[in-house]
Ligand binder design. Structure first.
Ligand code: FAD
Length: 513
């Protein structure tokens, strides 16, 4: 039987929380229901990790900088918000990526997809992997596949199939970079399930990648068709990654505007510190007596018979409280975990590791700039001992990010196994980054300005067994806390389209259960 949900609280105002609020309103309208939605955000702004700074004509991303275009939920949402005209793709000339190795930048070996050889001739010619390392990698074609279905680490999988050198030189900088993580801790099923699937289906991940490459033109055409269909036939930039002309915060701003227009209550500086079940006493008793401390939405009738004693009570850091019939948590794992821990086994969340990274953006005048930026940037294997783990040549990759005559570079520092760089002062961080840029790129130009963002505990590290543990947690939540749901980056994917997809699925579940 459908729960009588009239008041919904969404905890967290990142992309997951705001899109969930959007879809809650949308679905309720389609169902002819009137629900009140309140978003409670701890910080003083909406967007969470999404955080665009517009400064001196530059578009600077302090968090994510783009999203995968082939994953459609972001495009669908962009269409709903009338943002399709704002989409921009990468510069088709800036496709080259470099890999730091032996103190210099080398073009990323060709013939690889996600670090797995998919063109054996091109892979054989690369100068980054030693002849022995290449032979070991190609041996993968003859290795028997794993027979059990158990999860393993990404590093364990790659080493087992392709050998240690491929992990260190290629896999680690490329794949670990996506999660700022330790490949030997990241669970394969939750991060790169396609690798295990290829081993199962083709007996070899290399063979799987070669097959995928053969199908690529058809798959590419189908993907383009699907993209276009997802947005009602509109043309969108054909590149793998997309963003908005004025940065990713464009989406957040549009969501905020739409939600306000639809009567949602959007609250900042509203940290939720506890969730009380109806039976916990205060919430239920007060609700039944019609004495709720704070009501969601100005027009909400006093707690009536339908919801008396059934509402959850959310306690806020400022001492106030909010009542809701249904609650969606879209917070980092440690925050969602600590709110759920009094009620269910939330150890899948409370024990999840997080990587901390710093994002250092350097803006230059083109006249003093002494590098041609002939690509999209470079990756640095951990073993190279550099402060920088990855650098995007932002103004070369994205035409929308720097005004004419200016250059923009972004560097990541910090890794799941070593967050010490985040404790460096701004001066020390800047000096370490400039040293790496000088030694690896020969860049000596002085930036016009530098923006440093420290993102502590920002990248969830899905461990081995993550998907099973999350399924168990969701099962227990449904049993013990009906009406309470949790989703977002710590659950089924960290990418922005994954977050939007999870948000929509949660909204559907909340109004469908
Ligand atoms: P968050 O953005 O973390 O939002 C959660 C919100 O909850 C925050 O605003 C927080 O303040 C709030 N909150 C916390 N505790 C409480 C509480 N108790 N009460 C109320 N509110 C609370 N993805 C891509 O697709 N492309 C990229 O290029 C990309 N690059 C990235 C670069 C970096 C540096 C990082 C860190 C991530 C990147 N990602 C990228 C991943 C992506 O940005 C995130 O997974 C996504 O933004 C997470 O959104 P979210 O809404 O789930 O969580």
């Amino acid at each position: 039987m459908r729960r009588d949900v009239r008041r919904v609280a969404v905890l967290g105002g990142g992309i997951t929380g705001l899109s969930a609020a959007f879809y809650l309103k949308r679905i309720a309208k389609e169902q002819g229901r009137n629900i009140e939605v309140t978003v409670l955000e701890k910080s003083d702004r909406f967007g969470g990790k999404v955080n665009t700074l517009r400064k001196n004509g530059f578009v600077i991303e302090r968090g994510p900088d783009s999203f995968l275009g082939r994953k459609l939920p972001m495009l669908r949402l962009a269409r709903e918000l009338d943002l399709l005209d704002e989409l921009v793709g990468t510069n088709p000339q800036a496709t080259k990526t470099y890999l730091a190795y032996g103190g210099a930048l080398h073009p990323m070996p060709k013939g690889l997809n996600l670090g797995i050889p998919n063109d054996l001739g091109a892979f054989a010619r690369n100068s980054v992997v030693s002849p022995l390392g290449k032979l070991r990698a190609l041996d993968e074609l003859r290795l028997p596949p794993k027979t059990d279905d158990g999860d393993e680490s990404v590093g364990g999988f790659l080493e087992r199939r392709l050998g240690r050198e491929m992990v260190e030189r290629i896999g680690e900088p490329l794949l670990a970079g996506i999660h700022a993580g330790d490949l030997y801790k990241l669970g394969l099923k939750a991060t790169f399930p396609q690798f295990a699937e290829m081993e199962r289906k083709y007996g070899s991940v290399i063979r799987g990648m070669i097959e995928a490459r053969k199908k690529a033109p058809v798959a590419g055409a189908k993907a383009a068709e699907a993209r276009s269909a997802a947005v009602g036939g509109a043309k969108i930039p054909p590149t793998a990654f997309l963003t908005f002309r004025r940065g990713l915060s464009t989406l957040i701003e549009a969501l905020e505007e739409r939600l306000r227009a639809e009567g949602c209550e959007l609250r900042i500086d509203a940290e939720v510190t506890a969730i009380r079940k109806p039976a916990d006493g205060a919430g239920g008793a007060e609700a039944a007596a019609g004495k709720a401390t704070a009501e969601i939405g100005a027009d909400t009738p006093a707690v009536g018979a339908a919801s008396a004693g059934t509402a959850y009570r959310l306690e806020l850091a400022d001492g106030s409280a909010v009542e809701a019939d249904a609650v969606l948590l879209t917070l980092p794992a440690f925050a969602t975990g600590s709110l759920l821990a009094p009620h269910v086994d939330a150890s899948a969340l409370t024990t999840m590791d997080y990587a901390s990274v710093a994002n250092i953006v350097l803006a230059y005048d083109a006249r003093d700039f002494d590098h041609k930026l002939d690509g999209s940037g470079f990756l640095v294997p951990h073993g190279e001992g550099r402060a920088i783990t990855a650098s995007t040549w932002t103004s070369s990759k994205w035409g929308n990010t720097a005004p004419a005559g200016k250059r923009l570079i972004r560097c990541y520092v910090g890794h799941s196994t070593d967050a010490s760089a985040l404790d460096l002062s701004d001066e020390e961080l800047t000096a370490a980054v400039k040293r790496d840029l000088r030694e690896l790129m020969g860049l000596t130009a002085e930036p016009e300005f530098i923006e440093i963002t420290r993102l502590r505990r920002s990248m969830p590290q899905y461990p081995v067994g993550h998907t099973d543990r999350i399924a168990a947690l969701r099962h227990e939540l449904a049993e013990r806390l009906p009406g309470i749901y949790a989703t977002g980056a710590p659950f089924d994917g960290v990418g922005l389209p994954d977050c939007v997809e999870m948000a929509k699925a949660a909204a559907e579940q909340m109004l469908g259960d």
